[in-house]
Design a protein around this ligand. Structure first.
Ligand SMILES: [Ca+2]
Length: 375
């Protein structure tokens, strides 16, 4: 079993020619071969209807030494949706690997087997870039959510690049606590930046010389819920009649709200919850939620609006130096920029500018905490 796994493992990720021999023409690099000295993984983890989901985008630049056509293999979570593969921006057809002459259809991880997908490349240029995107729901291990990225495909691989470096950036757009990251079973120090109103974990992982990366990345965390999120028991982002009644009971009893680390509902909070309940819209408690509400609004009101939900945005704090009591977060994605400004008070309204530097598109509006949008 081990041997057969090693043999098929030759084909993994670097996607050397499936079911055919390689001509070993010399050391250290056999020809034909593909080298992938760097990989760039971007992930966004967010709460959606009471669930925690991830969007994952991997960009893999290859140097090609004499490979004309190849089959590439790639592990994805078993429940992955929206799987897309591009070669230099052109979308490729992919399929699930089934049992047969190829490799195992499954890739074992700390949270169960991932499914292997495959695609063909033909007339591959000397340098090219593969991009893969998928979404999935994060599994729970007890109270904790687990995010796994299959960084360790190299453990099945014979490898010839001097070293491999993975640049991993995981944005967590939700309240969280007790974050830990592991490579394989070993804890790994990720840089966590919270300056732009979300937690961004950055990891640069280099392999040993002439070795591939052999361990998967595992991030474990707990959600910490704000009171409105905890009161919103069905997770639809709105406060229903029943949820409002329950909130009133907690307020009357001065009881801690379950799921919030013991927070109690103050008079101000009850007032806010009543406002959320009254308007019946999805409430907005963070700058990234204001951003998503504005995009949803533009998609609903402008025909063929050229943005989608689930974009992975780069966030930076753009508050002018010396300005107190007001924050601006700038989200960027390609030609798009979304500035979200808000006063530093509980449950602020958010002022947004959505603009596209290429088309000149610009929209300004206000997203209020109860979810109302003012153009
Ligand atoms: Ca609800």
């Amino acid at each position: 079993m081990r041997n057969s796994r090693r043999a098929v493992g030759l084909l993994l990720l670097l996607g050397l020619l499936a079911c055919s021999g390689l001509a070993l023409l010399g050391n250290p690099i056999p020809v034909p071969t593909l080298l992938m000295p760097e990989e760039y993984i971007d992930a966004l983890i967010f709460a959606d209807m009471g669930r925690v989901r991830a969007v994952v985008e991997g960009v893999y630049p290859f140097a090609n030494f004499g490979v004309y056509a190849a089959t590439m293999y790639y592990p994805v979570p078993p429940d992955a949706t929206g799987i897309s593969v591009w070669l230099d921006g052109a979308e490729l057809e992919w399929r699930y690997v089934t049992s047969g002459c190829e490799i195992s259809p499954y890739y074992p991880t700390a949270v169960g087997d991932y499914r292997m997908i495959a695609w063909q490349i033909e007339a591959a240029p000397e340098r090219f870039q593969i991009k893969v995107r998928y979404e999935h729901e994060l599994p729970q291990l007890g109270a904790r959510y687990a995010f796994v990225y299959a960084l360790g495909t190299g453990r099945f691989l014979e490898y010839y690049a001097k070293e491999t470096t993975a640049y991993v950036k995981v944005r967590l757009e939700l309240g969280l606590s007790a974050v830990e990251a592991f490579l394989g079973s070993l804890p790994v120090a990720c840089e966590v930046d919270q300056e732009a109103g979300e937690a961004v974990m950055t990891l640069v992982q280099k392999s040993q010389p002439f070795q591939p990366l052999t361990e998967d990345l595992l991030i474990l965390f707990e959600r910490s819920l704000s009171i409105p999120e905890a009161i919103d028991a069905d997770g639809d982002g709105r406060i229903s009649d029943g949820e409002m009644l329950q909130a009133i009971r907690y307020w009357i009893d001065d009881a801690p709200v379950p799921g919030t680390d013991g927070q109690r509902i103050s008079d101000l909070m009850l007032h806010k919850l009543a406002e959320f309940w009254f308007f019946g819209e999805r409430f907005v408690l963070a700058s990234y939620q204001a951003r998503e509400r504005a995009i949803a609004h533009l998609l609903a009101t402008i025909p063929d609006f050229p943005l989608t939900m689930g974009v992975i945005w780069d966030a930076v704090r753009a508050t002018p130096e010396g300005l107190l009591g007001y924050e601006t977060i700038r989200y960027a994605h390609g030609e798009w920029q979304i500035d979200v400004g808000y006063p530093v008070i509980p449950y602020p309204d958010y002022d947004l500018t959505v603009s596209n530097s290429a088309t000149g598109f610009s929209w300004r509006g206000r997203v209020r905490a109860p979810g109302l949008i003012v153009d």
